[in-house]
Design a protein. Structure first.
Length: 196
């Protein structure tokens, strides 16, 4: 059984960490995982993408157009760059945070609305899973990490939760950050229990 995930967002959102967590969880159950991050100019606010290919011992880094079972997009405008990779029956997780480029802030370039992006996702034929930033809770007075929150929502609402057991993600979170275990488990569970 094969499962391909395409991730996009901007630097500082933890895109690559999502891929690493899922890859670690897959490897712990002896499921082959090939992770291909592309950082580029990924200083805070720069475009970041990654491809995670599960279930194959040897596979190249490029997911074909209309080949991703799951797309996770962590920024509204950057999500448009991933549309062509989604299978017609795939899942598109959109976390509609906004990170306006300088040209947009200066009024020199347009920025898409949530409605415009959702309409474009709908054209792919995939299932839309819209995770709203305003629903992200706090832990001990601080907003929870976006990436772990969105990963929890993806495990609940997309096919990812049927491919990787959410309990395997929890174990990975427990082992990854010893000091932040309680916060990260709370964040993941908040994503799992979020409403769309």
């Amino acid at each position: 059984m094969y499962y391909d995930i395409y991730l996009v967002g901007v630097g500082g959102q933890g895109i690559l960490t999502i891929g690493e967590i899922v890859a670690e969880a897959a490897l712990k159950r002896d499921l082959p995982a090939n992770f291909y991050p592309t950082k580029g100019m990924a200083q805070r606010g720069g475009f970041v993408k990654a491809q995670l290919r599960l279930g194959r011992d040897n596979v190249g880094p490029s997911i074909a157009e209309k080949g991703a079972d799951l797309v996770i997009a962590m920024e509204l405008s950057e999500s448009l760059k991933a549309l062509r990779y989604l299978k017609p029956d795939g899942d598109f997780v959109l976390y509609s945070s906004v990170w306006s480029p300088t040209a947009v802030m200066l009024g020199k370039a347009p920025y898409p609305t949530v409605e415009e992006v959702l309409a474009e996702i709908e054209k792919t034929g995939g299932k839309i899973i819209h995770v709203k930033p305003e629903g992200r809770p706090e832990f001990e007075g601080q907003p929870v990490p976006e990436n772990v929150y969105v990963l929890g929502a993806a495990c609940r609402y997309s096919s990812l939760g049927r491919f990787i057991n959410p309990d395997e993600i929890r174990v990975t979170l427990e082992n990854r950050w010893k000091k932040g275990v309680e916060r990260n488990l709370y964040t993941f569970d908040a994503g799992m229990s979020s409403t769309l």
